[in-house]
Design a protein around this ligand. Structure first.
Ligand SMILES: NC(=O)c1ccc[n+]([C@@H]2O[C@H](COP(=O)([O-])OP(=O)(O)OC[C@H]3O[C@@H](n4cnc5c(N)ncnc54)[C@H](O)[C@@H]3O)[C@@H](O)[C@H]2O)c1
Length: 338
């Protein structure tokens, strides 16, 4: 048995073997980042759909597996990236933690708080690090927006309006997205958790109160197709989050209102500030691949034995907020997030 300190030193010196579980949409970002980082090497890609695993493995010169357990037992990776649908996050993360693998788990962390807690507990018990991939923490324009808020150059932040519109019901969207038992929820769980995360992370304060209303209009499944929520953070910032999966004009934007100006963020399109009635673009040069920054956060946590920027406890709070929104809709009332 290698002692924990020695294992940490060894990992930092030798680099890390990374296995990817799930070769669907989001796996591409992780695979590209692994290929780009000198300190990471591939330890295989697993998918129940053999051709997906094979296609990804071939592109990145690694081994394809049908069964993630076989891959982990054979390859003994230092890190596993879990890109499976949410209903599989708990089972697979807990098993991988038991094998001693650090975890990079895609958002949303899991459908229920009990699932989140089981994952957090398994990581703690087996002394592995857990990072949940709330991507916006690592996206350059979001980082720049956060630093503008923190600099107070526009004064105190008072409110946020966040909206996302996208044609959600599409033939190429994986079927699990439409079923609550598999996805945890609809557009608010899949995309709205980015907005919930944005409000909490950018204000540095948890959401403590919600009032939400949803509409259920997709031709299949049992999840919401649109909704709107009013939220308040512990620090007193108020926000609205509106999401529509019915198409129209695509939008992924947030506007921040301060005592001394305004800021507009259109993720992956730009960032603007205004102090005099007109928006001016913010210089966003020097962006680094967000998936690389995400891995660096996890490696830093492993090497310094600390929590990553996006920890399991934080990701649990996001699930708690969205699930409280569903309860608020069901009861037709404002609820405290407890
Ligand atoms: N961070 C982001 O911005 C972002 C973006 C997209 C998706 N996601 C998250 O990533 C996760 C996956 O989303 P996706 O869009 O890539 O889904 P997807 O359906 O495209 O990919 C999931 C893959 O897992 C495979 N799979 C299912 N069960 C398996 C098993 N037992 N063993 C191995 N493979 C199995 C499927 O065959 C599929 O290829 C979700 O949690 C989603 O919310 C995050």
């Amino acid at each position: 048995m290698v002692n924990a300190d020695y294992r940490q030193e060894l990992e930092a010196l030798m680099g890390y073997k990374v296995a990817v579980i799930g070769a669907g949409n989001i796996s591409n970002g992780h695979l590209k980042a692994i290929a780009q980082m000198d300190r990471l090497e591939f330890a295989g890609v697993a998918d129940v759909v053999q051709e997906r695993a094979e296609s990804a493995a071939e592109r990145y010169g690694t081994k394809a597996y049908n069964d993630y357990k076989e891959m982990v037992l054979e390859q003994r990776p230092d890190i596993v990236v879990n890109t499976l649908p949410p209903f599989l996050h708990r089972e697979v993360s807990v098993w991988c933690a038991e094998q001693g693998c650090h975890l990079l788990l895609e958002k949303p962390m899991a459908p229920t708080i009990e699932d989140c807690e089981a994952i957090i507990e398994a990581a703690a018990q087996h002394k592995v690090k857990l990072l949940v991939g709330h991507t916006i923490h690592y996206i350059h324009d979001n980082l720049a927006a956060k630093s503008i808020i923190e600099s107070k150059q526009l004064g105190e932040l008072i409110m946020i309006t966040d909206s996302r519109h996208i044609k959600y019901y599409q033939p190429n969207r994986p079927n699990w997205c439409y079923w609550k038992a598999q996805a945890g929820g609809g557009i608010f769980t899949n995309l709205g958790t980015h907005s919930i995360d944005r409000v909490q992370w950018m204000t540095g304060s948890p959401i403590v109160k919600v009032k939400a209303s949803f509409e259920y209009g997709f031709p299949i499944g049992d999840v919401e197709s649109s909704g709107i929520a009013y939220v308040e953070t512990a620090s007193g910032v108020v926000a609205t989050i509106a999401q529509s999966g019915h198409g129209g004009v695509n939008r992924n934007e947030a506007e921040f209102l301060f005592t001394g100006g305004m800021m507009r963020l259109a993720t992956s399109s730009g960032l603007w500030i205004s102090q005099n009635g007109a928006y001016e673009p913010v210089d966003l040069s020097g962006a680094v691949n967000s998936f690389v920054l995400q891995f660096e956060d996890l490696l830093g946590a492993i090497e310094r034995d600390e929590e990553p920027g996006c920890s399991g406890t934080y990701a649990r709070s996001v699930v708690n907020v969205v699930n409280t929104m569903y309860e608020s809709h069901r009861l037709g009332t404002e609820l405290a997030v407890v």
